[in-house]
Write a protein that binds this ligand. Structure first.
Ligand SMILES: Nc1nc2c(ncn2[C@@H]2O[C@H](COP(=O)(O)OP(=O)(O)OP(=O)(O)O)[C@@H](O)[C@H]2O)c(=O)[nH]1
Ligand SMILES: [Mg+2]
Length: 296
């Protein structure tokens, strides 16, 4: 299934409110109350009121308002920042509890392995033995390797070991999984800062990328999460998960607008294949009521 179809299916909850208001083809000329409805729907999808209002205000001023709205939404999402290349490429993955970090790492490992890369995963979520087991299952399915230590081990030590091993054994990609944590837990945030620092000690210039995994259904709270994590681990990109089941897809717009962080991939399901590169155009099309969309 194409990116557009997957996403469109998933985001249909946020889109339905809009699509229901505008069945069939969308006119370019809308009445004031129709614009208000679109603005409300964007706010309900968690675009954030200031951004929704700004987008609508700009659109209304233009000769082709609907097209302008789409263009500006796309522009907001289209943050040009190529993924840093290195060998080994070291990626740190973090975020609050249950957002889909471990699942996403499984998907990423699968993707890189399919590209013929040698992939090593560090199980730096040492909080629960079950977390390491969960990761090991994903990693095996993906055909990658794992570095783990006993439950309760220092996550920074696991990260250090993983990178040392990855360099020695000539891995192409090293991904470090971390335990979920809320941004208000100072000691856990300090622990994450230490993981970040130690990765840099194990390999100069690492981590090359730091991806914050956000549950696409989180809504407004995602903004403060991204803000606080970024202060600690210098986030370079976002992964937005669970877009197959949310009515709140608009938060992605808000995150891109506020932090100018690129969305690297999106999660659209629970299997290894359910990870897709982010496509701003398809994303906007799946949020807004449909005109027509042709696959290329
Ligand atoms: N529908 C759907 N479910 C997902 C997606 N990504 C992850 N999940 C589910 O979300 C739940 C949590 O996923 P994990 O990967 O364990 O999340 P985590 O961030 O590693 O969790 P902690 O390590 O406990 O913080 C699991 O049930 C996953 O199957 C997605 O894109 N879509
Ligand atoms: Mg996990």
């Amino acid at each position: 299934m194409s990116f557009f179809n997957r996403l469109s299916q998933g985001l249909s909850k946020s889109r339905n409110s809009l699509a229901a208001m505008f069945p069939g083809q969308v006119k370019e000329k809308l009445s004031e109350s129709e614009w208000q409805d679109i603005e409300d729907a964007l706010i309900m999808a968690d675009c954030g009121a200031p951004l929704a209002m700004a987008l609508i205000a700009q659109a209304k001023k233009s000769k082709q308002p609907m097209q302008t709205l789409k263009d500006n939404m796309q522009q907001t999402l289209n943050i040009n920042s190529p993924i840093h290349e290195a060998k080994p490429f070291v990626l740190l993955v973090a975020g609050v509890n249950g957002t889909g970090k471990t699942t996403t790492i499984g998907k990423l490992a699968n993707m890189y392995a399919a590209q013929g890369k040698k992939v090593l995963i560090g199980a730096a979520d040492t909080f629960r033995a079950a977390a390491v087991e969960q990761l090991a299952v994903w990693v095996e399915r993906a055909g990658a390797d794992i570095v783990k230590q006993a439950e309760g081990a220092d996550p920074a030590s696991v990260a250090f070991d993983t990178i040392t091993r990855g360099i020695a054994k000539n891995y192409d990609v090293i991904i470090i999984d971390t335990a979920g944590r809320v941004q208000t837990d100072i000691s856990l945030m300090n622990e994450l800062a230490k993981v970040y620092r130690v990765i840099g000690k194990a390999l100069d210039g690492a981590p090359h990328e730091v991806w914050h995994v956000v549950d696409g259904g989180t809504g407004q709270n995602a903004v403060v999460q991204v803000e606080k994590f970024r202060e600690i681990i210098y986030t370079t990109g976002l992964i937005v998960t669970k877009l197959d089941g949310t009515g709140k897809g608009g938060v992605v717009l808000q995150l891109c607008d506020k932090f100018k962080l690129p969305v690297r991939y999106v999660g659209v399901g629970e299997t290894l294949e359910d990870l897709m590169p982010f496509n701003p155009e398809a994303y906007v099309d799946s949020l807004l009521p449909q005109t027509t969309h042709t696959e290329t």
